[in-house]
Design a protein around this ligand. Structure first.
Ligand code: GDP
Length: 432
């Protein structure tokens, strides 16, 4: 989602205006004593469009004075945000500080808007017009206190954001889409038959139904699920031409068409490369994951110990996925599949409010700063969850973050927010 950075001198009414823009969805929190939060990010929603508002904080004059501090903040905003909102106190007018920051912002490749704040009534309009002098286009008269003009300002903000295509996956509604995948002979068709047979199948072969014939609708635990691309499984077609390459293409397509994948593994046999490739496909496609160990009826004590070791060794990458031990033959534990699928999909759909994400992040980074690289300490400015399905967190930083540190962040993110059954992506936007 696009990012708006709000910049301005102290006391121009920035926080009040930011609260207005957020519609009090997320109150701006006070800084926790001892933790400096010089930048806080929040979610805003206007006309069905989400964006992140970053409050760059009060600009306290540093050693080089207020103007330098303000200019530095403007530079930061220009390099991280998609649009910048300069808040000016219209009653005071443009001071030398605003002139300095305007000089910086005029060079910006990103759109810049000027909010003429504290225009509480018509009489103050002239003061707003005076801010044309900043050379940043038409000043938008607003009153953070009374809310005057904030709707127009929000419309304008949305209008200047770049049109980023929103590629969040599948909001089509209807039954949730499941891919039942795994290498040949792990028991996919047996399991599907068991699920459709005993658990009252919603018959898709009935004339007049609109079901895509390659999918099966299955009722599990009182809910209808769409098992995608099961034509081959259902009919138990074992084609001689079913080369591994073809099978793998088909698996990939099924995973991509689904929201969650059940990766079926044969518990009676050691894990193979082919099994691991299926896991990789799910993670790379960013789909939710449930691991089902089938043929559990064949697993004895010895095999179980072996299996635990195997899982520790081979499946660390998908540690976050829940495991169900089933038997398509006896029906053991197949009833656990639906709740497990639900948990995974809930994680996959999760959206963490930006305010919550940033207070978690600033505490974590204060305690464990990113490792110094090339003599420089990269700073993490703020984070936002760009989208869900799968949850994708974007970190805005002043430098590259090592893979090890990213993995640490992911682990901590999972400790706090869970995400059981879903991959999580962390991407880093380094300010140029
Ligand atoms: P697919 O290729 O993944 O669709 O696998 P199939 O469903 O065709 O099963 C392969 C073989 O494993 C068949 O002989 C099944 O009868 C057998 N099988 C499937 N599930 C189980 C199970 O839970 N326990 C046992 N013992 N055998 C199973």
């Amino acid at each position: 989602q696009p990012v708006l950075a709000v910049v301005g001198r102290p006391n121009v009414g920035k926080s009040t205006l930011v609260n207005r823009l957020l519609g009090r969805r997320e109150a701006v929190v006070q800084d926790t004593p001892g933790v400096t939060r010089d930048r806080v990010a929040y979610d805003a929603l206007w006309n069905g469009r989400r964006f992140t508002v970053v409050d760059t904080g009060g600009w306290e004059p540093d050693a080089k004075g207020l103007q330098a501090a303000v200019a530095a903040q403007a530079e930061m905003a220009m390099s991280t945000a998609d649009a910048i909102l300069l808040v000016v106190d219209a009653q005071v007018g443009a001071t030398a500080t605003e002139e300095a920051v305007a000089r910086v912002l005029r060079r910006s490749k990103r759109p810049v808007l000027v909010a003429a704040n504290k225009v509480d009534d018509e009489r103050a309009m002239a003061e707003a017009h005076a801010l044309w002098s900043l050379g940043l286009g038409e000043p938008m008269p607003v009153s953070g206190l009374h809310g005057r003009g904030s709707g127009d300002l929000l419309d304008k903000i949305l209008a200047v954001f770049p049109d980023v295509p929103h590629e969040e996956f599948g909001k089509t509604g209807g039954p949730r889409r499941v891919a039942l995948v795994g290498k040949p002979n792990v028991g996919k068709s047996s399991l599907l038959n068991r699920l459709t047979g005993e658990l009252r199948a919603v018959v898709d072969d009935v004339a007049g139904t609109t079901v895509d014939p390659v999918d099966s609708l299955v009722e599990l635990d009182g809910e209808v699920w769409r098992f995608v691309d099961t034509a081959g499984l259902r009919k138990r077609v074992k084609t001689a031409s079913g080369t591994e390459y073809y099978a793998s293409l088909r698996t990939k397509a099924a995973i991509e068409a689904a929201e969650v994948a059940i990766v079926l593994v044969d518990a009676s046999q050691p894990l193979t490369e082919q099994d691991l490739r299926v896991f990789t496909m799910v993670v790379e496609a960013g789909r939710a994951l449930v691991i089902a160990y089938n043929k559990w009826d064949l697993v004895d004590e010895d095999r179980r110990h072996q299996l635990d070791k195997e899982i520790d060794r081979e499946l660390v990458r998908v540690r976050w996925a829940e495991r169900v031990n089933v038997s398509a033959l006896t029906g053991r534990a197949v009833g656990k599949l639906a709740p497990t699928l639900r948990t995974a999909l809930n994680s996959w759909d999760t959206r963490i409010p930006t305010g919550q994400l940033n207070s978690w992040l600033s505490d974590l980074v204060a305690a464990h700063p990113p490792p110094v690289r090339g003599g420089k300490q990269p700073k993490i400015l703020f984070a936002t969850q760009a989208h869900s399905r799968p949850p994708t967190v974007v970190l805005f930083t002043t430098g590259f973050l090592e893979a090890g540190y990213r993995r640490f962040l992911e682990r901590k993110l999972r400790d706090t927010f869970g995400f059981v059954g879903s991959p999580v992506r962390i991407s880093v936007r380094v300010r140029e």
